[in-house]
Design a protein around this ligand. Structure first.
Ligand SMILES: [Zn+2]
Length: 414
């Protein structure tokens, strides 16, 4: 590879065949999801203070094995859920929905998963009367631990040690040590020890745009592309990207509820490979860099890190922040502030996969996440940034990702 792209490129020496098999298995499992004929929920208020409380919830599957679960309940007294961990919890009016995260979705018969959250209350804090899993009411018994029915007569005079709902950073306790190890390691090794001096992380790009990302597709391939394939490639890129962006929604003052992914340009060797005539994307023909087609450098963020694009014909609107670089016969992947690279065959063969593992891993690099070839943080198992150990974003990946925002957000005024 040529010079600019060697910067911050990391190689994922992945076994493509294994990855493909895992993705296929996920697809089959997703289609086979069935309703639970039986479930039990243990809803426990673990601590309560004036205006707030913390709760732990354990879902036990008493029916057929589940590949994913969605727990719903209703609050009768105006309680409002705030931060959650080990589940994605949303609330609409009195209705609360908790959906499994990547690592705790599979529940064998008799298996259980737990998650927690903080919430607000006023007046009273009754336990929900019933729960449902995947739409089926749990009849296996709701076993709440009754919280104090009245607020403590003497409210705590000091703030509770458990942060209330405005908490900015509340990873599960068992992840605090490994997260700190990872951050310390990154601070020591990034950009020759000057992590904060680098200004082109994916974070910088999203914030410079105020909440979107533009892409160039580098079609480093002799294959032709139909308009339908073009749109599928865009959709797959957006779908995978959303998995990372969604972990930020509502977290620690992150300002965007979504980060749209736009493809503004395609670079090819021969215009005849692209089988469309509409002008929905800019097309760059035979502009060869690093032996591969590339969109115009004056339009690229990598080459214009001040965010100004005076020589890009379409201006800021047609600039690209990252490249999706698809190369015939390329094994593994590479990722950095410039974008993500992987095999054209891998991408096209996995275009509908629930988790496109190599792409997810490389996007992690775009946002600063490290590789773990030579060490593993204490007490954590498989995760997507440790190549070959997980096929989807895990809770640990989620918190490593959020940690970047925690440490960088002040540069954007948050
Ligand atoms: Zn890597």
């Amino acid at each position: 590879m040529g010079s600019p792209y060697r910067r911050r490129a990391r190689l994922l020496v992945a076994v493509t065949a294994v990855v493909t098999g895992a993705a296929a298995a996920v697809l089959v499992a997703a289609g086979a999801q069935a309703a639970a004929p039986g479930c039990r929920v243990d809803y426990r208020v673990t601590n309560q203070w004036q205006g707030g409380f913390g709760a732990d919830v354990t879902v036990t599957n008493l029916g057929d094995p589940l590949t994913g679960w969605r727990l719903t309940w209703s609050y009768a007294a105006g309680q409002q859920v705030g931060q959650a961990w080990n589940a994605t919890v949303t609330q609409s009016g009195s209705q609360v929905t908790a959906v499994n995260v990547g690592h705790n979705g599979a529940l064998a018969t008799g298996g259980s998963a737990s998650f927690g959250f903080t919430a607000s209350w006023a007046g009273s804090n009754p336990v929900p009367a019933s729960f449902a899993v995947n739409g089926t009411t749990c009849t296996g018994g709701v076993a709440p631990t009754t919280p104090p029915t009245t607020p403590p007569t003497t409210p705590p005079t000091t703030p509770p040690t458990t942060p209330p709902t405005t908490s900015a950073w509340n990873p599960p306790a068992n992840l605090v040590t490994p997260l700190n190890q990872v951050w310390q390691h990154q601070e020591q090794t990034y950009n020759n020890g000057n992590l904060y001096g680098f200004r082109n992380y994916g974070w910088d790009q999203v914030m410079a745009n105020r909440g979107y990302l533009n892409f160039c597709v580098r079609w480093d391939s002799s294959a032709s592309v139909t308009a339908a394939q073009r749109d599928q490639i865009h959709a797959a890129l957006a779908r995978q990207y959303k998995k990372w962006m969604d972990v930020m929604v509502g977290h620690n003052a992150w300002p965007y509820s979504e980060v749209p992914i736009r493809v503004v340009g395609w670079a090819v060797r021969d215009r005849a490979q692209l089988q469309w005539s509409d002008t929905s994307v800019d097309i760059y023909v035979n502009n060869i860099r690093e032996n591969a087609p590339q969109c115009s450098e004056p339009c690229g963020r990598f080459f214009n890190q001040n965010g100004q694009y005076p020589n890009c014909p379409g201006g800021v609107a047609r600039h690209y922040d990252q490249s999706l670089w698809l190369t015939d016969g390329f094994g593994g992947g590479a990722g950095g502030d410039w974008g993500q690279r992987m095999g054209r065959e891998y991408f096209m063969n996995n275009i509908n996969a629930a988790n496109m593992t190599i792409l997810l891993h490389e996007i992690g690099h775009t946002f600063g996440l490290d590789d773990f070839y030579d060490w593993t943080p204490s007490g954590v198992g498989g995760f997507i940034m440790k190549a070959g150990s997980a096929s989807a974003i895990t809770e640990f990946d989620t918190w490593m990702f959020r940690d970047w925002w925690r440490h960088l957000k002040s540069r954007y005024g948050y």
